[in-house]
Structure formats: C-alpha cells, structure tokens
Design a binder for this molecule. Structure first.
Ligand SMILES: Cc1ncc(COP(=O)(O)O)c(C=O)c1O
Length: 419
C-alpha cells in the first residue's frame, strides 16, 4: 500500500473491510421475549404493562444504579418529559437546558408550557457547567436540566451547589451515559430525577425504543408514576380519582423482559467500550494534531461515542477535509455533533403549538420571548472536535486501523515545521 496517497485522493484506503456489527440482541433477548409470549399463551391472557417483568426490570435497574425507584417508560424523550412534569413546574417559567443534546432532550420543555433556556458549554466541552448555568438563571427559572453527553459526566458538584443555593431541582439526562460515574457516584443519582433512553442505540436497550425515569426519593417516584400513566392515583388510597392530566407513556412487559437481559450484560458492555476507548486514547497519544477526549480523572466515561480534538492550526486543511479523509480511509466518523436548541429551527421559530408561538408568546410569560442564546463555547467546541460512534465489538483491529488512518492523514495534512 502506498501510504503517501490518501484514499480521498485516489489512494488505497487503510481499511476496506466493513466495520464490525454491534449485534446488540442475541438468543438471550429472543428467548426472554418468547418466554413472555409463552406465559401469555399458557395463561390465555395477553401480557400488559406494570407486570412482573416491568417490576423486576425497574428493581434491577435501581439496584444497578445504587438503590432508588425506577419507572420504565416508552422512550428517552418521554423519560425527560415525565421527569420534568414530576417536578410540577408551573407553565410560563424557564428551565435551563443543555447546550448540546438530542432534540428529544429539550422538546418536552415547551410541550409542558415552559421556556427552554440553553446554557453554554464549559470551554472545550460538550457539557455545560455551573458558571454557564448560573449565567442563564433568572427569577423565572424553575429547574436545571443537564445532559452527560457522549457518556462523559458533567461537573455536577458545582451545579448541585448552585441549584441548592437557588432552591432549584436538577434533572440529569443520562440517555448517553448509562453506568457513567462522577466522583464515585453513578450519574442519575446526583440530581433530583434522572432520565435514561433505552432505545436500540444506547448502552442497554429495551427493544427498539424505551426509557427509564429514576429517583431516590419515594415521594417524587409517586409523581413520576402519575405523570407516566394518565395521572392514575399511584400511591394514593384505592378509589382515588386520577390526580392530574398526563399521557400514557408506559413501557410494557415485552420491552422490560428484553431490558432485564440487557441489564445483565450492561457491565460487560461498558467494560468493552471503556477498554476500546482506553486503547484508542493510548494509540492516539503519538499524534500531534488529534487526541481522544477523555473524562476527567475522577470520572468514569460510559463511552457512548468518542470525541476527538483536532488541532486545526497545525494542519493545512480544515476539519471537514480532515474528517472526509479519515472516512475515505474506511473509518466511520462525523465532523459535527452540533445538536443545539439554540439554533434548532423548531426552537428558534417557536414551532410547538401551531403557529401561536406558545408558550414563548403568551403574555403570562414575562421573559424575553425573542431572546437569542449565543453559545460561543459550544460553537468553538464543535469547530475543534469530531466524533466517532463506537460499540462493544470495536476492538484492537479497529484501534490499529483508526491509528493507521490518523497517521496517514496527519502525515499528509500536517503543516511541516509547525510547533
Ligand atoms: C441526551 C439525549 N436525551 C434524550 C434523547 C431522546 O431519547 P429517545 O431517542 O429514546 O427518545 C437522546 C437520544 O439520543 C439523547 O441522546
């Protein structure tokens, strides 16, 4: 192979074999689903929801995360929605939201009549921090929602301190961070309520879609149950009326049976992801222009995907060209992860309830409906990073191929003589 000609320029790619398949579901998950059907057929009764599989899954998830109360729901988006609604926040108030996150991690805010106010990221990070959150607090703020992006925990202690001082609840969006640890404590146990996505792309899954709402507080758990199931009077005396209007966002027995198998595999999944990330980090230390972003030393990264920092000043190409060259070498990666409510059309255009602009435009909202939330740090982070989806079956062959592709592309594009 002539290592001097990039694949993007017609050379031979470093890797021509396909990327390994994730193979998330195997015979164990299939058997768990068959068992649910077999029991239903034998009993002559359909399986439903809130049954033995769901109760066991929720208990096992709570045990996994260190004790508390879990409610399985039907997506990560609805988990965020239920978590926020369980706080019983009045409409026309503000909720500080993550700078960079999946749209499903923010859309529940206006859907409950509140105003999403994105905080910026910490410098060089995809996560926010206490200073950036503090800059967005107003007399109208009623909650702080943070997301541990890519599996790297936010710096939570200062955020929690700020929240306590201001009497604000904190919701952790752990969709991308199952099993991540912050200073010895699992993410999801740090704030007041946590939301997890268990759709098929996440660390562990309940099938194609799913989510979990978690809290350590029994009273909050009651409200979580109300908000995920039409206000049914969970925890109240029999015969009580429905407590509140809420959607039916339940999970079900089939999903939770699959989730139970996945949960048993989760520690192994995490270990394999972390082993791959550590090995790749080490392999990348020799490069001058590209580095794997690691979690701070007092945290454990759940490694949902990996970020790479790229030193554009030492390259004679821009980030897009660098990433295109890596991709052409047979290594899947993406130039950007700029999913931010601050520039998303649905949020900037207030496209939630028809053309009304509600809740931003309602006279009951006393804040600035036209506020523009600049996120200079988030833009700077995105400009200097690219990302790679990884999974449990990425191993040493992939480390070697990624390192070979980086070496080849860096060699061709590096500015010679740059310090
Ligand atoms: C941080 C974050 N929040 C929320 C969601 C929404 O989860 P779901 O796709 O399960 O609705 C996602 C999905 O990727 C996410 O990454």
């Amino acid at each position: 192979m002539d290592n001097r000609i990039l694949a993007v320029d017609g050379g031979t790619p470093v890797r021509t074999t396909p990327w390994p398949r994730r193979r998330l579901f195997a015979v164990e998950e299939k058997q768990a689903a068959i068992d649910v059907f077999d029991r239903a057929i034998e009993a002559g009764e359909a399986f439903g929801y809130n049954g033995p599989e769901e109760q066991a899954y929720c208990a096992e998830f709570s045990a996994f995360i260190g004790g508390g109360y879990a409610d399985a729901v039907n997506s990560g988006t609805t988990a965020v929605h239920v978590a926020l609604r369980a706080l019983e926040i009045e409409p026309f108030t503000e909720i500080v939201v993550p700078p960079i996150t999946d749209p499903g991690g923010v859309m529940p805010v206006p859907l409950m009549g509140c105003i999403p106010v994105p905080a910026d990221t910490a410098p060089g990070s995809y996560n926010t921090d206490a200073d950036r959150v503090a800059a967005r607090l107003t007399p109208r703020t009623r909650a702080i929602l943070v997301a541990h992006i890519a599996g790297i925990p936010c710096d939570m202690d200062p955020i929690l301190e700020l929240a306590r001082a201001r009497g604000l609840p904190v919701v952790e969006d752990c969709a991308q961070a199952h099993g991540a640890v912050y200073r010895g404590r699992p993410v999801g146990t740090l704030g007041d309520i946590a939301a997890f996505s268990t759709m098929y792309g996440k660390h562990h899954a309940t099938g194609g879609q799913g989510g979990i709402v978690f809290t350590r507080d029994e009273q909050r758990y009651r409200k979580i149950r109300w908000m995920s199931d039409r206000g049914k009077p969970f925890g109240l005396p029999p015969g009580s009326d429905n407590v509140v209007a809420a959607l039916n966002l339940n999970s079900d027995e089939l999903a939770c049976a699959i989730g139970r198998v996945q949960l048993r595999k989760l520690p192994g999944f995490l270990a394999r992801r972390q082993r791959f990330a550590t090995s790749l980090s080490q392999a990348c230390r020799k490069f001058e222009t590209v580095r794997v972003v690691e979690a701070p030393p007092d945290c454990e990264n759940a490694c949902w995907f990996l970020f790479f920092r790229i030193d554009i000043a030492r390259l004679r190409c821009d980030k897009a060209a660098f990433v295109a060259a890596i991709r052409a070498e047979g290594i899947p990666c993406e130039a950007s992860y700029l999913h931010t409510p601050a520039i998303a059309g649905w949020c900037r255009g207030h496209r939630v309830f028809g053309t009304s602009g509600f809740p931003w435009t309602d006279p009951q909202y006393g804040g600035d409906a036209l506020a523009v939330y600049d996120l200079p740090n988030a833009l700077a982070t995105d400009a200097t990073h690219f990302r790679m989806s990884i999974h449990e079956n990425c191993g040493e062959t992939e480390v070697a191929d990624i390192a070979a592709a980086f070496a080849k592309v860096e060699h061709v594009y590096r500015l010679k003589g740059a310090s």
